[in-house]
Write a protein that binds this ligand. Structure first.
Ligand code: AMP
Length: 279
């Protein structure tokens, strides 16, 4: 397995790997959710192809008061996981080489990024699209695998690839969960024991919301209100609870499919997101 950090070398090294090349972009602190993505990538690459993983805590997708500094970076463990999973190349650049001091070019998706996480994290998706676009250029993947846990991100990346004609096929992978339903996240390790114990309310209340959504004459306002109350009663500070159309991400007024119920909630200082697709 090759570990490359130089932006100027990686283009040649990645391009020389046998195709199909399948990329899994991550911010590291790898867990079983990332491993599911890597295994999916392995399948897509087949016997001949190559799996590439990027590990980069992308500074420009964090807001000034967000958790960039305390984001976990267990580099040695991450590399051991990649080696075990048959990854051909890990790209782990330094922020200073990804963003020169006077960098001034961004990729900015303007519609799907406006709501949900984009409403309280205004430049977040601009940062995500910019880094993913750079990774696509540098690593030249034929496929890239993204998790459905970050549903809005997945929709935005699909839109970016379509709108800017990136020659890469986006593949999505279902959310991997703990036994109690909590979606795996690198941020889960920032939770205190009490917060960790409370957090599975997210999944429980989403499942209940989906049940109510399926009832005749479902009242979406009431469903959102109940979900929000359940999260708050468990000690969560709600960023948003929304029911949106699965493709346009526009808020739904009436129950209809395909829909997504999406949630962002703080437990202590840690912001967790999850969603449930209704197809
Ligand atoms: P991150 O390292 O958090 O930026 O995530 C890298 C990729 O892993 C993204 O495509 C995420 O959607 C995906 N991912 C994160 N958590 C999970 C999970 N629990 N299940 C499946 N995919 C996940």
């Amino acid at each position: 397995m090759r570990v490359v950090s130089a932006t100027e070398r990686v283009w040649r090294q990645a391009g020389a790997l046998p195709g199909p090349r399948v990329l899994v972009p991550t911010m590291g602190a790898l867990h079983a959710g990332h491993v599911a993505l890597i295994r999916r990538a392995r399948q897509l690459a087949g016997k001949k192809g190559s799996v590439l993983v990027s590990i980069f805590v992308n500074p420009i997708q964090f807001g000034p008061r967000e958790d960039l500094a305390r984001y976990p970076r267990p580099r040695r463990e991450d590399l051991a996981i990649c080696r075990r999973e048959g990854v051909a190349l890990v790209f782990a650049p330094e922020p200073s080489t990804m963003y020169l001091p006077d960098h001034s070019t961004y990729i900015d998706e303007s519609i799907l990024s406006a709501g949900l996480c984009g409403a309280t994290r205004p430049k977040h998706f601009r940062g995500v699209c910019t880094v993913v676009g750079k990774l696509f250029h540098l690593l030249q993947p034929h496929f890239a695998v993204f998790g459905e846990k970050d549903y809005q991100q997945l929709a935005i990346i699909r839109r970016m690839v379509r709108d800017l004609h990136f020659p890469v096929q986006i593949v999505s992978q279902p959310t991997v969960r703990e036994a109690d339903g909590l979606a795996l996240s690198s941020r889960n390790r920032l939770l205190t024991p009490d917060e960790r114990q409370a957090a599975p309310v997210i999944r429980r209340s989403l499942l209940q919301a989906a049940e109510n959504f399926a009832k005749p004459r479902a009242n979406l306002k009431k469903i959102v209100h109940t979900l929000r109350t359940q999260l708050e009663q468990a000690g969560g500070r709600v960023d948003y609870v929304e029911i949106v159309h699965a493709e346009s991400l526009a808020p739904l007024i009436r129950a209809g499919k395909p829909a997504v119920i999406a949630v962002a909630v703080f437990f202590g200082n840690t912001r967790l997101i999850d969603n449930l697709q209704i197809v």
